[in-house]
Design a protein around this ligand. Sequence first.
Ligand code: NDP
Length: 294
Amino acid sequence: MAARIIDGKAIAADVRSKVAAEVKRLTTRHGLTPGLAVVLAGNNPASESYVGSKAKATKEAGMNSFDYRLPDSVSQAELLALVKKLNTDPVVHGILVQLPLPKQVDAQIVLDAIDPVKDVDGFHPVNAGWLASGLPALAPCTPLGCIILAKTVYPSLAGLEAVVIGRSNIVGKPMAQLLLAENATVTITHSKTRDLPTVCRRADLLVAAVGRPEMVRGDWIKPGATVIDVGINRVPGTDGKSRLVGDVAFAEAVSIAGAITPVPGGVGPMTIACLMVNTVRAACAIAGLPAPSV
Ligand code: NDP
């Protein structure tokens, strides 16, 4: 039997409408309109497109969107000065500095300068530390989205065998921390893991965040398991154009897994939806209001 396809687009739309309802409540009851500042340095076309989508989603949710476009020649000092200004701006509740930054800028120094309570990307070491300590934190958006997707299959993740492939700071590690917080039994794997297929076959929930097209084969998957494919890889298509594939060989996996995310249309749409969630959460925390229901 073919796996259930987890419709990330529809689930993301649902999350975004819940965010919009929460924003409406905050605005009418508390006079609080969450605001997200997005900083883009340079003119990388992919970054411009991401930033455009983020601004659109922010406005659609009823929040304030502040756009800062800086030239490719921007200095580290100028970027740090902008971050400092946004840290103290009372109408800004979330700050996102779009990566990659121009080569003369040390991205880590800039990200570390963001006030952790406004760090809606969840990349600040303080947020990583809060997350690892089981304290309230702004968690990175992509793994946050994966948890929401997994919970459409298993309302509780407690006790599940979860295997995460990848240990990056933006996906793999926070993914593992979030799964642990949900009481899953978590294995983190990486490029030095021995016999990865055997480790993967243990998983009730397999999350692939590698960046290698279709690396995870069908026979790596336990029958009936849920597969969340974070990978976004551009490969040559048969028609001469490129196409997107995930880290999982979807055509093989779909007949073995119980549920699986497609690429595109799975994890991708959840990332921006969760950025909206984090912005509302940050606004409530800064205003001293209880955490929102979304
Ligand atoms: P990184 O390159 O930072 O990390 C990749 C991880 O995969 C590393 O931990 C690496 O291990 C591991 N890895 C590499 N090769 C192998 C292998 N052969 N076997 C096992 N593990 C391996 O990537 P990211 O975490 O940033 O992104 C991963 C994927 O997710 C990419 O395709 C990216 O485009 C996508 N992505 C998608 C998002 C979305 O919104 N859907 C958002 C962010 C990322 P080691 O540490 O040992 O090198």
